[in-house]
Design a binder for this molecule. Structure first.
Ligand code: MN
Length: 209
């Protein structure tokens, strides 16, 4: 059985950038439902419940067809949100450092340019989905995915992700996804992102799941 992981901090820890009510609904309501639906989908396939989520997402063609879409959506939702919570920490304009900062500046010219490019990708995702920074083929690439799809499904390892589903920001920001993205940088846990960056540079998964 898959389990909802601990949030690791209080619902109001990211105020005022992400409000407590959004966190509560997002964590319990949305992530909770992904876990519940994933467990329900694989009930008849006990061998699947012993597989890591990363395996399920990397091998969707091996998942029985009658539950493949449910596993894709809810396994993806479980992975993406397990990736999301520890990546957040109120940093008030904190910055990345070390090798990550060096590589971002080398790739995009400056940290500000990286943020602008990332914002463009996140704004361009029509409807629900995620924006990602991945390390693939020896370089940093920005991309977005629809719904609860993620880069793992296409063999790419992410080190930074942004949930741009309306459920992630609508209570506070309504239609202003742009303001939500601008404020996202105030709640990025750069220490965790740097840790993940080191892992994906070595070809390892950024989180265990
Ligand atoms: Mn979400």
């Amino acid at each position: 059985m898959f389990k909802l992981p601990d949030l690791g901090y209080s619902y109001d820890a990211l105020e005022p950038y992400i409000d407590a009510r959004t966190m509560e609904v997002h964590y319990n309501g949305h992530h909770g439902a992904y876990v519940k639906n994933l467990n329900a989908a694989i009930e008849r396939y006990p061998e699947l419940s012993e597989k890591p989520v990363t395996w399920l997402l990397s091998n969707l063609e091996l998942v029985p067809e009658d539950v493949r879409t449910v596993v894709r959506n809810n396994g993806g939702g479980h992975y993406n949100h397990t990736f999301w919570w520890p990546q957040l920490l109120k940093n008030e304009n904190g910055l990345p450092s070390g090798e990550l900062l060096y590589d971002l500046e080398k790739t995009f010219g400056s940290l500000e340019s990286f943020k602008e490019e990332f914002k463009k990708v996140a704004m361009a995702r029509f409807g629900s989905g995620w924006a990602w920074a991945v390390f693939h083929d020896g370089r940093i690439i920005l991309l977005s995915t629809p719904n609860q799809d993620n880069p793992i499904m296409e063999g790419k390892l992410p080190f930074l992700g942004l949930d741009v589903w309306e459920h992630a920001y609508y209570l506070k920001y309504q239609n202003r996804r742009d303001l939500y993205i601008d404020n996202f940088w105030n709640v990025v846990n750069w220490v965790e992102v740097e840790r993940r960056y080191q892992l994906v540079k070595e070809g390892k998964h950024p989180i265990e799941l």
